[in-house]
Ligand binder design. Structure first.
Ligand code: DGL
Length: 272
């Protein structure tokens, strides 16, 4: 079988990135790995985050013979990429908050970054802001509760709009015209975020940019045995999902089946 693309996140957030990649590359095989036993990542200590992610991802890369790894998690991408790249011999693509395009399109030059507490405090993020948004006033909002609300929405189909409005009050008060969704969970509640913030705030995420990067890497000849566009017809694309929690809820199970996952399985972490 052709080699799959491994997409990784702490929870359901990476599905927003996977959806963008599948739009460009519908015939590939995909494996979605989510470390929901340790979610939310935004609250984890940096070293714990790095060692856990490297061990878990490396283990699955070896098991499924992945062609590319996409770290579809901003929080993990701020710290794990160097260690992961030194461990693996395949390309590793990370997510970068869309600060650069936000600074470019902002008319008021007042932009916001809505991300996890981990992402907003990292050196990586501050370097990105000084490199690409030097001419803007950038407000940082770190919120893990929104991550849990996005998870809850997938599980139950419900989102507490009143609580969402409370959590977004500081964003509204900041009077920005562009808000970067710097956590892959947030595009999953984009509609509700837009409803609360109003049409005058533009929401930006980096899903489509990551998809383009993956497509361009796939076009390079040194990545062997992925499905080529011409080849695709014969082989049915396969979607497998692996999670780390003891069990997952029925709502999530159904959502994954609806996304097209045929295998949904628990994977043991290396310290079990
Ligand atoms: N989806 C993640 C991100 O992009 C992490 C959310 C979390 O586990 O805190 O940052």
């Amino acid at each position: 079988m052709s080699r799959p693309i491994l997409v990784f996140d702490s929870g359901i957030g990476g599905l927003s990135v996977l959806a963008e990649i599948r739009k460009l590359l519908p015939r590939q095989h995909y494996c979605y790995l989510f470390d929901n036993a340790r979610l939310p990542y935004g609250e984890l200590d940096e070293q714990v985050l790095v060692s856990g992610c490297v061990a878990l991802i490396s283990q699955l890369v070896a098991r499924i013979d992945a062609a590319i790894v996409v770290v579809a998690c901003n929080t993990a991408s701020t710290v794990v990429l160097p260690a992961l790249r030194s461990q693996l011999s395949i390309p590793v693509v990370g997510v970068v908050p869309a600060i650069k395009p936000a600074a470019r399109i902002s008319a008021s030059k007042r932009i916001g970054l809505l991300a996890t507490p981990g992402t907003v405090k990292r050196h990586y993020t501050h370097t990105l802001i000084s490199q690409f948004a030097d001419d803007c006033h950038v407000e940082l909002f770190g919120c893990s509760e929104l991550v849990l609300m996005a998870e809850q929405k997938i599980e139950s189909g419900q989102l507490d709009m009143q609580r969402l409005a409370e959590l977004l009050a500081p964003v509204i008060a900041a009077d920005i015209d562009v808000l970067v969704l710097g956590c892959t969970h947030f595009p999953m509640i984009r509609h509700e975020l837009q409803q609360v913030l109003g049409p005058e705030v533009t929401l930006l995420d980096s899903g489509a940019a990551i998809a383009k990067r993956v497509a361009s890497l796939l076009g390079q000849s040194h990545i062997s045995n992925v499905v080529s566009d011409q080849q695709g017809q014969g082989e049915q694309p396969q979607l497998q999902a692996f999670y780390t929690k003891a069990e997952i809820g029925e709502g999530l199970q159904t959502a994954l089946v609806d996304c097209g996952f045929s295998t949904i399985e628990r994977i043991a972490t290396t310290n079990e």
